[in-house]
Design a protein around this ligand. Structure first.
Ligand code: HEM
Ligand code: HEM
Length: 126
């Protein structure tokens, strides 16, 4: 699996959707989904692209057992967080709904993935 390319591909999809959402927010004046827009662009695009460039700049980081789990943890956690944000911000679910328990799960996936990335930097970014 080409980690850099996959991070770039997914990041590009997020920035497209994020910009369309931003453009809708600007046009309509409806800022309800602004935190969704922010995290789609920042977690989905900015971080994915930074990760892609780091894995490309330090090939040793892409060629070990830490890169793939980082990719999947970051992408699954981000997707889950964005779905959760949408459901809460659009009031599709109430703030006391059990679905809210998904938030720390999503955060945890992203944070564990980032810990693997940090460990990989420490070990292999030479
Ligand atoms: C076509 C491109 C974009 C459009 C039309 C757009 C539009 C908007 C609009 C209308 C808002 C709400 C502003 C407000 O109510 O004060 C906003 C907020 C925001 N945007 Fe964008 N945006 C775009 C791209 C981006 C990108 C590329 C990023 C980050 C990489 C970004 C990050 C943010 C952040 C962090 C906020 C603040 C959210 C908040 O206050 O809750 N936006 N954007
Ligand atoms: C595990 C990952 C993350 C979690 C769980 C998280 C959670 C949150 C929460 C709960 C807020 C307050 C939202 C509100 O009520 O207005 C927030 C705001 C914000 N976060 Fe994050 N965040 C994460 C990652 C990031 C990253 C990586 C960036 C930037 C690269 C970022 C940028 C922002 C910005 C700019 C705001 C303020 C704009 C807004 O209100 O939407 N976040 N975040």
């Amino acid at each position: 699996m080409n980690i850099s390319r996959n991070f770039l591909l997914i990041g590009s999809i997020y920035i497209l959707i994020g910009m369309i959402l931003g453009s809708y927010m600007g046009g309509s004046g409806d800022r309800t989904l602004a935190p969704l827009h922010a995290h789609m662009n920042l977690l989905g695009f900015v971080l994915s692209v930074i990760f892609a460039l780091v894995y490309r700049s330090y090939p040793a980081m892409a060629e070990n057992g830490l890169a793939r789990p980082h990719f999947w943890l970051h992408q699954s956690g981000t997707l889950l967080l964005l779905i959760f944000l949408y459901l809460v911000l659009s009031k599709t679910i109430a703030e006391d709904s059990p679905v809210v328990l998904l938030a720390p799960v999503a955060d945890g996936l992203i944070i564990i993935g980032t810990a693997l990335f940090a460990w990989n930097v420490y070990r292999n970014a030479n």
